[in-house]
Design a protein around this ligand. Structure first.
Ligand code: NAD
Ligand code: DAU
Length: 371
């Protein structure tokens, strides 16, 4: 992998697609870059990432040396840079992950969320449309926008899961900004015929998940003997999906989905937060010695603390993934049990990855949210 811009190679093994992956140094984006490079080795892959606090160049380190992959540090809000990249790299496919993604940070400072998620998505769409027009509107171009189940709001205990026709009811600045970007993507298909696709997915977990999100935060705090902060009464429900299953779903939608369509993606794994944290405690307690860890507190359950609730905290999310299962033949490969085991094993064996992320900025953020 290089970090400079270069042109499309003209070897006999010419790539089938030239894909721009925005946010490819973040959690899901980097997992997707690994997935796409393995699944489509003939394609050319361009990663565009601003490397915010959530972006981490080392997530792609094992791909260094891959001649079909280049990394560009840049902002999706920079129209000139985006336009130049689309042209110089002859990009025909966009997988759009770049976003401000953490609800708690959106409550502390919503401005960056509007800028990146709304203005950034608009900039990318408009520059891609201009590029597509100059190429005479090829029908095989694709713009896939990666979005969230949070746009649908919160479910009551007996409500059915969110389907693609559930009305939007976002409750946080984060989900409102994602809903705005979803509407823009939809409008670009209906107004201009740009071949767009949208995925709305439930909570992901797995390798390269930034330490401030629930699952990595709990695992790391157990290893460091720090309190495990559970918001409110711990009865909020999330529907968890292993990140590689999400990447496989996005691949299916990109390669077989119908332009203009939305596909909901979920693992059918609804769990209350407190139950999830208790499961993680048991897993870490069992698995830590195998990976050479001696836990500071022998029984991590003792570290659980109930803390002040998140303002406007959505009570329950659940996805109805019937459409993607039926139309695109996608199903998750991991159960919650196997996915969590893999995830705990990854954090137990990658201290070198997460320790440097517990930076001064992280500690300052942590103090603001938890004290
Ligand atoms: P993340 O915060 O881990 O990564 C976001 C990446 O985008 C980072 O690498 C960051 O540097 C980059 N970025 C931020 N602003 C940018 C800008 N202006 N220009 C270029 N790059 C920028 O997020 P994630 O959890 O990997 O989520 C990726 C996408 O998937 C987001 O759009 C999110 O809304 C969506 N999503 C996430 C989940 C989840 O559980 N994490 C679930 C469903 C959907
Ligand atoms: O539903 C998909 C969304 O999942 C994505 O769109 C977001 O980008 C992603 O960040 C995630 O949002 P959540 O707010 O659900 O994830 P988070 O890991 O922050 O929190 C999961 C649940 O755990 C939520 O109910 C809040 C709770 N929580 C979280 C933290 C960080 C706690 O109880 N304590 C904590 O310390």
């Amino acid at each position: 992998m290089t970090t400079a811009s270069s042109s499309r190679p003209s070897s006999p093994d010419a790539p089938q697609r030239c894909i721009l992956i925005t946010g490819g140094a973040g959690f899901i984006g980097s997992n997707f870059v690994h997935h796409w490079c393995a699944a489509h080795p003939g394609d050319r892959v361009i990663v565009l990432d601003a490397l915010t606090y959530a972006g981490n160049r080392s997530n792609l380190a094992t791909l260094d040396g891959n001649p079909n992959l280049i990394f560009v540090q840049g902002d999706i809000c920079d129209a000139d840079q985006v336009a130049a990249l689309l042209k110089s790299e002859s990009i025909d496919t966009v997988a759009h992950f770049a976003a401000e993604s953490h609800v708690d940070r959106s409550i502390l400072g919503p401005g960056a969320f509007i800028q990146t998620n709304v203005v950034g998505t608009f900039t990318l769409l408009e520059q891609f449309r201009q590029h597509w027009l100059t190429q005479e509107q090829p029908s095989d171009y694709r713009f896939l926008h990666v979005s969230t189940d949070e746009v649908y709001g919160s479910l009551a205990p007996d409500d059915p899961g969110f389907s693609e026709t559930t009305p939007f009811a976002p409750n946080s600045p984060y989900s409102a900004s994602k809903a705005g970007s979803d509407h823009l993507v939809r409008a670009y298909f209906h107004t201009y015929g740009l071949p767009t696709l949208i995925t709305n997915c439930s909570n992901n977990y797995g390798p390269f998940h930034f330490p401030e999100k629930l699952i990595p935060l709990m695992i790391i705090n157990m290893l460091l003997g720090k309190p495990l902060p559970v918001y409110g009464d711990g009865q909020n429900i999330r529907d968890w999906l292993y990140v590689e299953d999400h990447c496989r779903a996005i691949d299916r939608v990109m390669t077989a989905g119908a332009p203009g369509e939305t596909y909901n993606v979920g693992g059918n794994n609804e769990v209350k937060n407190l139950d999830l944290v208790q499961t993680l405690c048991d897993l870490v307690q069992d698995m830590a010695p195998t990976f050479g860890w001696e836990l500071p507190v022998a029984s991590p359950q003792e570290l659980i603390q109930f803390v002040k609730d998140r303002p406007g905290h959505d009570r329950r999310y659940a996805i109805d993934a019937t459409k993607i299962q039926r139309d695109l033949n996608w199903e998750p490969e991991e159960t919650l049990e196997t996915g969590l085991q893999k995830t705990v094993a990854w954090y137990l064996s990658h201290r070198d990855w997460w320790q440097p992320l517990l930076s001064e900025e992280y500690q300052a953020y942590y103090s603001k949210v938890y004290t």
